[in-house]
Structure formats: structure tokens, C-alpha cells
Design a protein around this ligand. Sequence first.
Ligand SMILES: NC(=O)c1ccc[n+]([C@@H]2O[C@H](COP(=O)([O-])OP(=O)(O)OC[C@H]3O[C@@H](n4cnc5c(N)ncnc54)[C@H](OP(=O)(O)O)[C@@H]3O)[C@@H](O)[C@H]2O)c1
Length: 315
Amino acid sequence: MAVTGATGFIGLRLCLHLRRQGFPVRALTRSPSRATPLQAAGIETVTGDLAAPAALARLVEGARAVIHCAGAVRGRTRKDFDGANVTGLARLLDALTAEPAPRLLALSSLAARAPHLSHYAASKQAGERLLLEHGGKISWTLLRPPAVYGPGDRELLPLFRIMRHGLGPVPGQLSDRVALLYVDDLTAAITAWLRAPSAPRGIFSLCDPREQGYTWTDILSTAATVFGRPVRPLRIPAMALRGVAALNWAGATVIGYTPMLTPGKVRELRHTDWVCGWRELGGAIDWQPRVALAEGLALTLGGDVAPPCRPGGEA
Ligand SMILES: NC(=O)c1ccc[n+]([C@@H]2O[C@H](COP(=O)([O-])OP(=O)(O)OC[C@H]3O[C@@H](n4cnc5c(N)ncnc54)[C@H](OP(=O)(O)O)[C@@H]3O)[C@@H](O)[C@H]2O)c1
């Protein structure tokens, strides 16, 4: 298997899971220093990025499947996102010249269905279009995960940590709904895709077992149960979020760092329709999500909290 984005939150978790399952894995890494945990797990690494045709050719040589987890999730301009999310995917497609070509699974995002919100969302939709228009002879599947969380995540973990101290920042209305996905359910879906007799062509959403998503009230009350203390909602006014994002964006322009909270991210955070299902994908690859938020929170934050039992008592 060839994996891009292997040093990222999802890609690293996936590579280690695939190795434990006995799959041979070859991974693309930009920095040799970040390759150490992969190499320690017996994973072959190829140094290079999505703009390096020779590295991509080596990555996919002889591979039965390619899993494209590399992507830009932070940035200031559309160009910052397109480099990895559109052009990078195009370069990867160029590298798939073998006959027959390996099957390809690419991680898009639920954000792709609302491209007007942010450069990130627009770049993810553009990546999807690229595959729809130029996927040609390749056997490919696009996955649209919602917010993914779990050990190693940098985006939701800070929020969960604040909740553990009894405060729940809420960027929109308490009644807004979001779908969530625990990272190991995503890696299990990718493993099921690898084991499926063929790659179902199309764009598939997936989420955790709770298909109606979570309101912020649900999230805070689940956190309160898991942490064993009340978690009070702290509504962040839109003006305040936008102000911080504008400052952050301006700072990033002047100093040249890669910001997370941008005006586009604020629009994503305040969007009211982030709910999706998983059954179409589940039917196509024989997979179903297992970890709902209460268990996922306990697994993410580790020893401090006791994991709740799943219905049916499964560990
Ligand atoms: N996390 C979520 O909640 C979520 C939700 C929906 C969809 N997704 C999608 O899932 C994918 C992985 O997300 P993540 O959370 O794991 O992100 P992440 O932790 O930021 O990891 C991104 C990975 O992509 C690599 N990368 C970025 N630009 C690259 C380039 N030009 N060439 C080669 N590698 C490059 C990074 O390498 P370095 O380590 O060298 O920077 C890193 O390995 C992304 O496509 C993202 O859009 C994520």
C-alpha cells in the first residue's frame, strides 16, 4: 500500500494500523526527521512531496492501492490550499501510469459540499472535481469525513481539554448540529475499502454511529458525563470570533505563519449543516462505525477518564 500524508494526524494513525493488520506499507514523507515512527513500525518511507514526480513514482511503484491522506488544512490564501489539495492530487494521478493502475482512495472533506465557506472547502471540492474529470481509467473512491478526532489530533483536542476544565466554547448556536468521526473508525473504513473486492467509484460521506450528528448541547452534556463534572456553555459571539480571525489573518500576512483560525474557518465553524450519514459507504465496503462521542472522548483523552461501555458490552 502506498500512503501520502503519512506524518499527519490521520495518515500516521492509518499507517500504524495497516502495519498491525499485516499490510506492507510505503509512505511519502516530506521530512526525514518525521519518518522515524513510521520506520520504527517497519514502514518503508520515500522522502519527497507531492510536487516531486520522482518521489511519487517511487511511492506508487508496484503498489496495489494508494491512499491519499496528504492535504493542506491550514492556510491564508487559496493557493496555500490548492498546492496540496488540487495540484498535489493531479501530480499523484500523473504518477499512476502502471497497467493496471493501483486503486486510489483520496480523503476529501465534508467541507467540499459547502465550497463558498472557505478556501479550504473550495480546494477540497476542486480536488473532487479533478478526480471526477480526470480519474479516467483509475479505480477510485473519494471519502468525505466530517471533523475527525482522536489521539494525535491538533484541532479538536484543545477544545476537549478546555471542556475537561468545565467550560464549553460554542462558536454558533447550541442547537447547531455537527457530525463527528473517531479516527480509528476512519482507519477501519479505509482497511475495509482495501479488503473490498473493488473500489466503489464515487464520493462517500461517513460519520460516527450517531447519524443525526450532535448539537453543541449534546456535546457538552456528553463531555460532562465523561469528565464527571458540569461543562458550562460559553457562547463565543460571532463578532469576537471574526475579530480574532481577522487579526490572525493579518498577523499571518505580516509575519508569514500558517494560521488555523481564519475568516473562512469561522464561517465553517458557524455553518449550521454539518450532518451526514455513513450507510451508503457501509453498504459498499462492508463497514460500520463503532465509536460514538462518549467512548471517543475517553479514548482521546486517555487515562484521566474511564471509557464508557458500548451498548451490548463490547470493549
Ligand atoms: N482532521 C480532520 O478533521 C479532517 C476532516 C476531514 C478531512 N480531512 C482530510 O484528511 C486529510 C488528512 O488530514 P489530517 O488531519 O491528518 O491533516 P494533517 O495532520 O495536517 O496532515 C497533513 C499531511 O499532509 C502532508 N502534506 C501537506 N502538504 C503536503 C505536500 N505538499 N506534499 C506532501 N505532503 C503534504 C503533511 O506533511 P508534513 O507532516 O510534512 O506537514 C501531513 O503528513 C486532509 O486531506 C484533510 O483535508 C481531515
